[in-house]
Design a protein around this ligand. Structure first.
Ligand SMILES: [Zn+2]
Length: 226
């Protein structure tokens, strides 16, 4: 490519921007049940609807597959995954309860001014709960929730534990089950108590606050299955 060709290229969205946009739109469609759990995700249909070629749609579906939102059908494209079952929710919280309370204790023991600032800054990104029941309103709270739990695991310093947590994509899947439930304020209060114990380096209190937060969050979600 010549130097003079560059300015003209710049007016079009880059391939990456387009791919990210298609991914975000498809993800929102699945989260909003615009494509129902179990329904087929037809590449040609989606491409037509979003007015793009099949390539960014295929890329988006591959990304969504890595998050467990779609699964590949042999020779037939993709299907939106089913919602988590009660047993799957219990199992994920079982794993989290093994990993996160001891990690919170380790993070408290490893506390330093930069880590404390990072935790306070993360809390400040979500000072109040959303009042609406829309996907967009709860997206910010869930993203904050995922970031805070990942940050605590990072401070605890065990990369394998952090990766095991990230691979569950649990926030995304819990969010898909219950984003319209009015639990935002409780979640924020539990996070605040957790961060307060962490920043002053109280290991036992941080571990207990994490256990309490995960157990109550689990029970909130499980109450939907009764
Ligand atoms: Zn949380």
């Amino acid at each position: 490519m010549t130097e003079t060709a560059r300015p003209r290229m710049a007016v079009r969205p880059s391939r990456q921007v387009l791919a990210d946009g298609v991914y975000e739109q498809l993800r929102a469609l699945i989260m909003n049940h615009g494509i129902e759990p179990g329904e087929r995700a037809n590449i040609d249909e989606i491409a037509r609807e979003l007015d793009v070629s099949g390539t960014p749609v295929r890329e988006a579906l591959a990304r969504l597959e890595s998050e467990g939102l779609v699964s590949r059908l042999p020779l037939r494209g993709y299907r939106v995954t089913e919602l988590l079952t009660r047993k799957e929710v219990e199992d994920i919280y079982g794993l989290r309860l093994l990993l996160e309370p001891p990690s919170a204790a380790r993070a408290a023991a490893a506390m330093s001014p930069p880590f404390a600032s990072a935790l306070e800054e993360e809390l400040a990104t979500c000072p109040s709960a959303p009042t609406g029941a829309s996907y967009d309103a709860y997206k910010a709270l869930t993203a904050h929730d995922a970031r805070l739990h990942e940050l605590i695991l990072r401070i605890a310093g065990n990369v394998s534990v952090e990766q095991a947590f990230v691979r569950t994509h649990c926030h995304l899947h819990f969010f898909r089950l219950s984003y319209n439930q009015p639990f935002g304020e409780q979640t924020i209060a539990e996070h605040r108590a957790l961060v307060e114990a962490l920043v002053v380096g109280k290991a036992a209190a941080a571990r207990d606050a994490m256990t309490h937060h995960l157990e109550t969050a689990r029970d909130r979600i499980l109450s939907r299955f009764v």
